[in-house]
Design a protein around this ligand. Sequence first.
Ligand code: SAH
Ligand code: SF4
Ligand code: F3S
Length: 464
Amino acid sequence: MRTLPPDPDRPDATPEGAVGGKVWFHTFGCQMNVYDTGKMRAQLAADGFEDAQFPEEADLILLNTCSIREKAVAKMDSALGHYRALKRDKPLVLGVAGCVAQQEGDALLRRWPELDLVFGPDGVPHVRSLVQRARTGQRVLDVDFLDLETYPFVAEVDPQATGVGAFVTIQKGCDNKCTFCIVPTTRGAEASRPSAEIVEEVRALADRGVVEITLIGQNVNSYGLKVPGEKRFAELLYAVAEVPGVRRIRYTTSHPRDMGDDVVQAYRDLPQLASHLHLPVQSGSNAVLRRMKRFYTRERYLEVVAALKAARPDLTLTTDVIVGFPGETEADFEQTMALLDEVGFVGSFSFAYSPRPGTPALRLGDPVPAEVASARLTRFQDAQRARSLAWTRSHEGTELDVLVEGPSRHDEGVIAARSSTGLMVNFPGDEALTGREVRVRVTRGFTHSARGEALHDREEGAGG
Ligand code: SAH
Ligand code: SF4
Ligand code: F3S
């Protein structure tokens, strides 16, 4: 950690020794960041920090940022522009954590003179001391990567992780070098969290009533491979399934190259494993996959999907797609369009390629004009929307078991629930059913969800 000398002209930090206060978190990006924010909340609670209701009452504002595409960074800048104005009215520590912090480091402090604190993902385990230093009026920068062998995965559980589902991290960083991707730069090399710690956290969450666990990492299939004696990812799935109270297990993100037969077998053995998998393909063209350094082919991807579906016939797949990657021809793009139909993805996240600082793809040349990429993106998204709608509609009139996640955000008296295959079903019902499995009849499918009616509570055999 580096602390810059205190600046007597900066009246903005709280006085030395001040303890606790209100903290406002603003989280951007992926599940990793959501989880890391929870871990910061848990640690700062030990110093007397509690969540502010709104940013204006905060003594500490922490932005947990994402750098995956240029747009994500722009979002951070616009949020910072808003928060810095709050410093005029009261003492406030303003910090940026996460992937942009790691990527920009010093430059971020220079770009934003109002910032007190900048630290990357590896600063999360030390957030208490980082905040304490910043509170003494120093500008604090910490973008050092921690030792992988002794990586201090945070044990404290997010006090807000009390819902139906919760994330549990199983690894940090990424050892792949997909040529478009900034994550290896921002999160560093991969380290697997000891399986005993993972199971312990799952147990702690299950004790609080969490029933659905999502294991997270950038490449979960490579879990444990570099640690002698550690469980492999498939073995970890079996261990998590044994924890009493865990009814559903999901995981993300999976890399198609590393999907092993043992994980496929787990789909036969473990009813807790959800019948939905997010398996990012990025492109349907082998030429593009090669330039992306994904190390699988379209054929191999389809083989993996076929093996998974043989093991779990009702498995649904979602994916990530990048269009307009350097050198992508119309024919390459058509291959991606064709794959959408071939696999029958029920949903996807698709993006126009965004060049990221320091990534190998910058050297590829042969850029796709922005308007071409954007037209391809629209075409892909239109086709995906039609597919997703066809899928939700295919459920109309059928019965389905769903796990109730809580009240619908839009309609009073309506609750939202999800099937193992990932279909979100909203239906009139009592909030008290949260966390229970209910049988519903689907009445109408929309693009991203369906409407239904409760038949009965699976556990009570009545009511609903
Ligand atoms: N570890 C995950 C993905 C993490 S990033 C994996 O390997 O699949 C999430 C998604 O963002 C990626 O799957 C990719 O589709 C997209 N993405 C990453 N870098 C990008 C870039 N430079 N431009 C556009 N999309 C990008
Ligand atoms: Fe990025 Fe590839 Fe690692 Fe995913 S696997 S985080 S896309 S480098
Ligand atoms: Fe974004 Fe970092 Fe996640 S770049 S997608 S927050 S790993």
